[in-house]
Design a protein around this ligand. Structure first.
Ligand SMILES: [Zn+2]
Length: 326
């Protein structure tokens, strides 16, 4: 994008260059002293690379929006305020939503910060704060909570800078852990985990991210496929002699089981060829666990192999269990 703009500017005589040109990714705002100069520059910009075509939007009634800023040209100067698309519905995460409280607080702070940064005067900022509070109140947010967020934000902005804190050790490692959000218990678990890591592992700081869960995910409306057609599972095959084999597959289980019957690379197949009187129930393999994530499948398989110590497994682990074996 810079290449296109630089080329267009280079071919523009200095007297006809824009008075102001700002860019954010592929959005530009330019100010010219006349429409004619603007259209000439627009033609030059579109001529740089024929397959890249710019569109333009002109100021209407002395206003134009750029990203989320509404710019108004008034006799007293430029005024800026927050711009919302005409399709903006005012719908945000509801206060009753089952999401962590800090997600809701961050939403309020984000909208307030945007109003604070964009508004060109205190009066406009105050009006925008009112709009934000009104929209969020419509989404169920308590007025006291909103007022508290605004107060906290303004205090942080205008608080005297505290004396510089000692620098964190350069050897400090940050470990991020994502946990499902299940209500108040999640906060307690996060606190306990952080405390445990702080006490036991030097120079490591644990960060916990709470992932909201959708209630709908607890009530599947789809029929479960039969076990043989399931994929991404950890399964167990048991021989009549009592030995067993634990494996994982991301394909349909029936496809993998077929390989155990016929493929000589399989430990189960080799065991049956050596012990011709033994029998394995291939029609109903036992599913021990399932997960859609590939990496988790390997971890699950390794944990289950470690737990059950099946006699037919040659590989004892498909994933190093560093955390689980400490
Ligand atoms: Zn056997």
């Amino acid at each position: 994008m810079n290449f296109l703009i630089d080329k267009a500017l280079a071919s523009t005589p200095s007297k006809t260059k824009p008075d102001l040109l700002c860019r954010y990714v592929d959005d530009l705002i330019v100010v010219f002293s006349s429409q004619t100069l603007l259209q000439k520059f627009f033609k030059r910009l579109n001529a740089v690379y024929p397959s890249i075509s710019f569109t333009q939007e002109l100021e209407l009634h002395n206003t134009i929006h750029y990203l989320d800023v509404l710019v108004t040209n008034t006799p007293n100067g430029i005024v800026t305020t927050t711009y919302r698309k005409p399709t903006h519905s005012g719908l945000y995460s509801k206060w009753d939503s089952f999401v962590p409280l800090h997600h809701k607080r961050n939403l309020v702070n984000c909208l307030i910060k945007r109003a604070y940064n964009i508004s060109s005067s205190y009066k406009i900022m105050d009006q925008e704060f009112g709009t934000v509070k009104s929209m969020l109140a419509s989404n169920g947010y308590p007025v006291t909570f909103l007022d508290g967020c605004v107060k906290g934000f303004l205090n942080r902005c205008h608080r005297p800078t505290p004396p510089s804190s000692p620098k964190r050790s350069e050897t400090t490692h940050f470990v991020t852990m994502r946990l499902p959000f299940i209500g108040t218990t999640s906060y307690n678990i996060a606190r306990e985990l952080k405390g445990f890591v702080k006490r036991t592992i030097l120079d490591v700081e644990l960060r916990v991210i709470h992932k909201p869960t959708k209630i709908g995910s607890f009530f599947s409306i789809k029929d479960r496929p039969c076990n043989n057609l399931r994929c991404s599972v950890v399964y167990r095959l048991t021989c009549s002699c009592g030995s067993s084999y634990i494996g994982e597959t991301q394909r349909n289980l029936i496809t993998r089981i077929k390989e155990h019957r016929t493929n000589e690379k399989s430990e189960v197949c080799r065991h049956l060829q050596t012990n011709t009187m033994h029998r394995v129930n291939f029609t109903e393999p036992e599913i021990l666990d399932a997960t859609s994530k590939r990496i988790r499948l390997f971890i699950l398989e390794s944990l289950l192999i470690q737990q059950h110590a099946p006699g037919l497994n040659v590989d004892t682990t498909s994933m190093p269990l560093r955390l689980f074996n400490t």
